[in-house]
Design a protein. Structure first.
Ligand code: GLU
Length: 465
């Protein structure tokens, strides 16, 4: 472990939404920094101007805020440091750690084709590697003079010791002919300038780490600790992709209707473990998180498990907060909210997602006559309509409209009709909610109130046509 104060960073390229894999990378960096009382920085890698959009940047910031991943200080934008990147490339040029390469596209193609013909990996072999004199007026790129002998070893905190022969590392470009820095250079310079001590990211960047180390060593800068986390795979074992659906964090919130604490908990467990613990609060996560327990093999995304975990967090959540979330989904007005809050203890045990929770609450706010779904309609037979009429007669006489009186009355009607309670409860549910599932029938009656309940029952006492 480095003795410098811990600084981590999340460095997304703003070319799309906040990918669920990126969110996990952000979470791990955030947790590691918070665990060590260090800093967690956010750097937007917007050097690819053509593909970076303001919308994508907003989606990233939004997703991180939603997940409660606050970053220290302002967010950095990589494109602001171009001059600094170029400056470092020129310093490497001066120290002999880099060179001006004047190879033409044709020469490069020639080398690439020769490698293909000879079936060997293409590795640039620039004739300019050892020529220091400038060729006035000719376009050039600045390439690193990568070491050719020996090997580079990374003691990765997740992958373990990884060794690459230096002969495999090519003289990659630091600065393009238009003076723009490459990703490889920009990342290293920014990480150094931001004081980053731990680079925690997807293992698709492990190969880059060897190239980045070459720059760091050429500059004599402190080396960060690397932790390359295996990527997330889909349920079928293939790398998580569009095909698996729901890639952006925003769709977990909006389309799947998940709570941020459930997504955070799930992402944490996806690739990191603390014994058999499944439910881990943010506070516990900060206390326990370490790199030693990040798994070495890719984890599979299990949507069902995530949904069940979300169900747990829905049941834990404050009723007022859930009511706000559902009210937004259903487009309710403020004066409809109190009923939703009142109903929440009955609604939330039946829902794993906010989509299901909102769906279960619809009956409270629909206006008469209700749309009765097919299953519920099939319960409204001649016999059951007669039972509904009897129930209506009895309920209309009740002095108190509370759960206890309602239960006694409904039981009495069932008994008088010579049927089990369920035989009456089912058509009652159909009449009151238009569905075959809902909270307990006495709760439904109590929540809807006398007038609305009696009117809904009356609507179904006779066939509609
Ligand atoms: N911008 C890179 C990406 O989005 C990450 C760079 C890094 O973490 O070093 O994949």
């Amino acid at each position: 472990m480095s003795s410098r104060p811990v600084v981590t960073r999340f460095a997304p390229s703003p070319t799309g939404f906040l990918h669920i894999g990126g969110a996990r990378t952000a979470l791990f960096n955030w947790l590691f920094a918070r665990h060590h009382g260090g800093k967690f920085l956010l750097r937007i890698e917007d050097t690819d101007k053509a593909r970076s959009t303001g919308e994508a940047i907003d989606a990233i910031l939004d997703g991180m805020r939603w997940l409660g991943l606050d970053w220290d200080g302002h967010e950095y934008y990589q494109s602001q440091f171009w001059a600094r990147h170029a400056d470092i490339a020129h310093r490497m040029l001066e120290s002999g750690a880099a060179y001006r390469c004047y190879m033409t596209p044709e020469e490069l193609t020639g080398q690439r084709e020769a490698a293909q013909r000879e079936r060997r990996p293409f590795r640039i072999d620039s004739p300019w590697r050892d020529i220091a004199e400038e060729q006035a007026g000719k376009p050039f790129v600045i390439r690193i003079k990568a070491p050719r002998e020996g090997e580079t070893v990374i003691d990765d905190r997740v992958q373990g010791r990884v060794t690459v022969q230096n002969a495999e590392i090519d003289d990659f470009i630091l600065l393009r002919s238009d003076g723009s820095p490459t990703y490889m250079l920009a990342v290293v310079v920014d990480d150094h300038d931001m004081g980053v001590t731990h680079v925690i990211r997807g293992d698709d960047h492990l190969n880059n780490a060897f190239r980045q180390l070459a720059i760091i060593r050429a500059m004599g800068w402190p080396e960060p600790v690397y932790a390359h986390v295996p990527l997330i795979h889909g349920p079928d074992g293939a790398k998580l992709s569009k095909r698996h659906g729901a890639l952006g964090v925003d769709s977990y919130r909006d389309e799947l209707g998940l709570l941020p604490e459930a997504v955070g908990n799930y992402l944490l467990r996806l690739g990191w473990g603390h014994g058999d613990d499944e439910i881990i609060s943010r506070e516990q996560a900060v206390q326990w998180f370490d790199l030693d327990h990040v798994g070495k093999s890719p984890s599979r995304f299990d949507f069902k498990k995530l949904e069940n975990l979300n169900g747990h967090y829905i049941r834990e959540a404050d009723d007022g907060r859930l009511a706000d979330l559902v009210a937004t989904r259903l487009g309710l007005t403020d004066d409809q909210k109190p009923l939703l809050v009142e109903a929440m203890p009955e609604l939330k045990p039946r829902a794993n997602t906010l989509v299901q929770l909102a769906d279960g609450a619809v009956f409270l706010f629909t206006t008469r006559p209700l749309d009765v779904d097919e299953g519920a309609a099939s319960l409204l037979t001649t016999d059951s309509r007669a039972l509904l009429a009897a129930a209506h007669g009895k309920l209309a006489t009740l002095a108190e409209w509370d759960a206890a009186s309602l239960e006694a009355a409904v039981r009495e009607v069932a008994e008088a009709g010579g049927v089990k309670l369920g035989k009456l409860a089912q058509p009652l549910r159909a009449a009151l909610t238009g569905r075959t599932t809902s909270p307990g029938i006495f709760d439904v009656l109590a929540l809807l109130g006398r007038e609305e309940s009696l009117a809904r029952i009356a609507d179904q006492m006779e066939p509609n046509e």
